[in-house]
Design a protein around this ligand. Structure first.
Ligand code: NDP
Length: 247
């Protein structure tokens, strides 16, 4: 499969899973727009790594929870690259806490980034894709959105919300050559999971049939599958990349 001539926008592409996705799409020939929230050095590092693979790449700072920032982001990408074929809604935060202790601000920020962010970016990107009559949108959900997890009510709500959003947007856009799918990673070794207390990490690892955490590269393979032109007849689906956690 090849993504030559494709332009991809990956939100939260500066680090972790997002960087893995940028690099895999670049490896397959796509030009890559790397979005980030504040970590410019990491975003520029992703850009350099993409360029080293022989594709064009640029970094774009934008807070996906801000609708105006999302509109400006998509506009800037379209102006720079001329089109937009692939949108990966990957930017996310995990602000965890037991239901009775959790702060309302953390609930709001989680939903604003993980769910509203994907909603705004999809709205803006699909305008461009509708004109092209071609697009591939991939939302990064989570096994926690599929199964729930104690201590992650806000995060689970945001990630389950993304699955409903994926299915509804898939139905709206299917006739226009645009697919919308979700990838639901399990426990992946990134900054997000490295900060977990050791006991929580050990507990999660014990619940993975494969017996290990996954890698950003393994998630990126599933994203690249949905992003390919050949995946034209697959839409509204969720693919778990979780070593068997959700089974
Ligand atoms: P990291 O914490 O390593 O990276 C998060 C990324 O999101 C960074 O690039 C960050 O940018 C960006 N980001 C955060 N907030 C915003 C915002 N408001 N606007 C734009 N970008 C933002 O996370 P992971 O790589 O682990 O996770 C990536 C996605 O995968 C998330 O949606 C997460 O929920 C999901 N996921 C992760 C799992 C895991 O085990 N790691 C499991 C299941 C799902 P910056 O660098 O500038 O801060």
């Amino acid at each position: 499969m090849s993504l030559q001539e494709n332009v991809a926008l990956v939100t939260g592409g500066s680090r972790g899973i997002g960087r893995g996705i940028c690099l895999e799409l670049a490896r397959q020939g796509a030009a890559v727009a790397v979005n980030y929230a504040g970590n410019e050095a990491a975003a520029l590092e992703t850009v350099e790594q993409c360029r080293a693979l022989g594709v064009e790449a640029e970094a774009y700072c934008a807070d996906v929870s801000d609708p105006e920032a999302c509109a400006a982001l998509v506009k800037a990408v379209k102006e720079r690259f001329g089109r937009l074929d692939i949108l990966v809604n990957n930017a996310g935060v995990s602000l965890d806490g037991l239901l009775l202790m959790a702060k309302v601000q953390d609930f709001d920020r989680t939903l604003e980034t993980n769910l509203r962010g994907a909603y705004f970016c999809t709205k803006e990107a699909s305008r461009v894709m509708l004109r092209q009559r071609y697009g591939r949108i991939v939302n990064i959900s989570s096994v926690v959105g599929v199964r729930g997890n104690a201590g992650q009510t806000a995060y689970a709500a945001s990630k389950a919300g993304l699955l409903g959003f994926t299915k509804a947007a898939a139905k709206e856009l299917a006739a226009k050559g645009i697919t919308v799918n979700a990838v639901a990673p399990g426990m992946i070794d990134t900054d997000m999971t490295r900060v977990l207390p050791e006991a929580v990490r050990e507990g999660m690892l014990a619940s993975i049939p494969a017996g290990r955490a996954g890698t950003a590269e393994e998630v990126a393979q599933a994203v690249a599958f949905f992003a390919a032109p050949e995946a034209a007849y697959i839409t509204g689906q969720t693919l778990c990349v979780d070593g068997g956690m959700a089974v």
